[in-house]
Design a protein around this ligand. Sequence first.
Ligand code: BG6
Length: 475
Amino acid sequence: MSRLKEDFLWGGALSNVQAEGGYLEDGKGLNVYDTLEVVPEPGIAPMFCDTAVATDHYHHYKEDIDYMAEMGFKAYRFSVVWSRIHPMGDDEKPNEAGLAYYEDMVDYLLEKGIEPVVSLVHFDMPDHLAKEYNGFLNKKVIDFYEKHVASVVERLKGKVKYYITYNEINLAPYHPSLVAGAHKPDDMNQEELFAQLTVNVEVAHAKAVEVIKRIDPKAQVGGMLGHAPFYPLTCKSEDILAADFKNKMHNYLPFDIMTSGELPVYFLNFMNQRHISVDYSEEERRIVKSASTKLDYLAFSYYRSNVQSSFEDIEDLTELENAILFDNRGLKNPHYQANEWGWQIDSEGLRYSLVDFYHRYHKPLFIVENGIGIDEKLVNGKVYDDERISYYQKHITSIKRAVLHDGVDLMGYLAWSPIDFLSSHKEIRKRYGFVYVNRDFEDLLDLKRYPKKSFYWYQKVIQTQGEDLDNQVDY
Ligand code: BG6
């Protein structure tokens, strides 16, 4: 193959809860992102916005989609905010205004020739489910999620071809409040939480697959994780073992379960060593197994790679594994530069990840997030984001190598993101968009949209099917 296939899904992705605002409009309830108390990333000054307005995508979505169409998007991934559909989460009936809003969005995308890719939970569990039920640690919440999925798919069936069950499912045990609406009960240790939450979110994913396939058998469903490969700090076997353990538990575990329908041996061993038994019924096992036969593709986000070492100060192997899992010592890779937030830029790591996943799972892959956060200012209506262009140039080169040279089956590439939004840490300072949204940390200004230089660069990339990455933009 010398070119990416004609139906390659070029486009972008957004997390609606981070962009919409309109946070109590049309019956929406508060969710875990609205109420999140942010712990800043290491070394970052706290400058967190509230979510009332965000970048006002709620009111600008047609204009924002027009920009996507102008860039030539073939596909656009967005998330249906759960607390717009079921404001409390345990409501008997879905909120009609919420369903109508997303149906309208889908209709508008289709009108513009853009294929919607719909995520069913993305940091947006109704806060009531987190506070009253402890989120996905409670099996009842899996049933509420199943109901949410059914409400959305019933409404969008025949219009949406691609679904993603659960955004960055592997991060649930690391950021339980934002990703799973859960907190660690006093009578549970961190490893127990890790094990039970992993099982519960996998059951939630599996039930979503079953519901989607029952309601709309033609829809294609993917599982999704937040991928960052861990490289051994040195070529010492201790470091290689440490990185291997981390990669299994952090990256592969959800895909291993989703694709085989079984809990992998290394995970069972992790639990056995710690005398952990999880609540996992025969019926749940049956559903997880059944869903594994129906999964169409594997989706992932990729921003960076990480480094893992063994720790010489810890002798006990179980303690050492716990430290590898939970004790982030901020190790850096000497070969890569980082953005301001310390995220190291490793474009060839994306090729490595694609090849690794493809050979491990033999399923079509879908990159559904990739991008760089930059602190940017609008000057005379312009943003010269050459750093973003350079990031994308390198990463798209890398995916082309994975597809054209290594033979990976890749469905598409969705950049993060078409427009500016609040970061997962509620920062407006960390911008990702091809389109700048005019607001500051405290001052909402006029929320006007301005295409950045990268907007025109990406437009040309899509036009040329990824051939012209060096295009000079007249901006
Ligand atoms: C992924 C999330 O973790 O990374 C997004 O799915 C998030 O919601 C993105 O915005 C970038 O991370 P951050 O923390 O810079 O917003």
